[in-house]
Design a protein around this ligand. Structure first.
Ligand SMILES: C[S@@+](CC[C@H](N)C(=O)[O-])C[C@H]1O[C@@H](n2cnc3c(N)ncnc32)[C@H](O)[C@@H]1O
Length: 257
């Protein structure tokens, strides 16, 4: 993957792009008024583009993908105003707890968890797709919303580029309060606008080993978000929480009964 600047780029910011290139081991290429399509054709690779506001977007053959908290902002404001959130009800998160998001995506659920856990809790978000990992990591560290609480919550999420089964295997028994999975939906969901941009590149699926490891690592709960018709709830032994008006449901395995 390569990295370059937007067309009219402030030269003073070049050192920032070079720093991103160094941190993620990417090749920096000078833009020199070339179009992104031209660069993609020339180098036959995906191109990360850094704008003058230092936001990053990725251009691959199919999509332009950029970090944006999207619907998470609406949810975040509701949670700050003490309104209910189905994800939080399923996870039963409280301050000082630890939360492991095994399928980070664009980090919406991790952000909501981070708001509730506050500075006394720990939130780790795992993403095995390198492109998404990079966009999420940089986005969570640099995105500026108008709400300080939300900005602080973003900065507290630790993002790790890894496969969740491999990561879980290295953790001790009962070492994380809540382990969470939101694998790619197996069926089309009209409501899932927030995940549409990443659908083309993200990996799907959930295997038995991941759930066995999650049950070993979790102290309180393993939680699964999935399509309401998903067979994964019963297959893995999750208690499915029925939400009549929603096409996605949460399933819970209680460890601390
Ligand atoms: C539906 S998205 C998650 C959306 C996320 N909950 C949010 O709020 O933005 C699922 C993500 O899990 C990632 N993923 C799938 N399998 C994984 C694995 N084995 N390890 C780590 N990440 C994985 C995919 O790349 C994708 O980005």
């Amino acid at each position: 993957m390569l990295i370059t600047s937007s067309g009219r780029f402030n030269q003073e910011n070049i050192s920032v792009i070079k720093d991103i290139a160094r941190r993620y081991n990417l090749d920096y290429i000078e833009r020199k008024k070339q179009s992104i399509s031209h660069l993609m054709e020339r180098y036959n690779d995906d191109i990360l583009v850094v704008g003058n506001d230092l936001s990053i977007h990725l251009k691959d053959e199919k999509e332009v993908i950029k970090y944006h908290p999207n619907i998470a902002m609406v949810r975040a404001k509701r949670v700050i105003n003490q309104q209910s959130d189905a994800f939080l009800e399923a996870c039963q998160l409280k301050a000082r707890m630890s939360f492991l998001d095994c399928t980070a995506g664009l980090g919406a659920d991790s952000l909501i968890a981070s708001i509730v856990l506050g500075s006394s809790g720990t939130i780790t978000a795992l993403e095995n797709n390198f492109k998404l990992y990079l966009l999420l990591q940089e986005g969570l560290q640099n995105y500026q919303s108008h709400n300080d609480k939300i900005n602080e919550a973003m900065r507290r999420v630790e993002v790790v580029h890894t496969d969740h089964t491999a990561y879980l295997k290295k953790l001790e028994d009962n070492s994380v309060d809540v382990v969470y999975f939101d694998p790619m939906f197996t069926m089309e969901l009209e409501e899932s606008i927030g995940i549409r941009p990443i659908k083309s590149i993200a990996k799907t699926g959930l295997n038995d080993e991941a759930i066995i490891e999650a049950k070993r690592v979790a102290r309180k709960k393993v939680v699964l978000k999935d399509d309401f018709r998903s067979q994964r709830f019963s297959y893995f032994g999750f208690r499915q929480i029925i939400r009549k008006s929603s096409k996605f449901h949460f399933g819970v395995i209680d460890i601390d009964l």
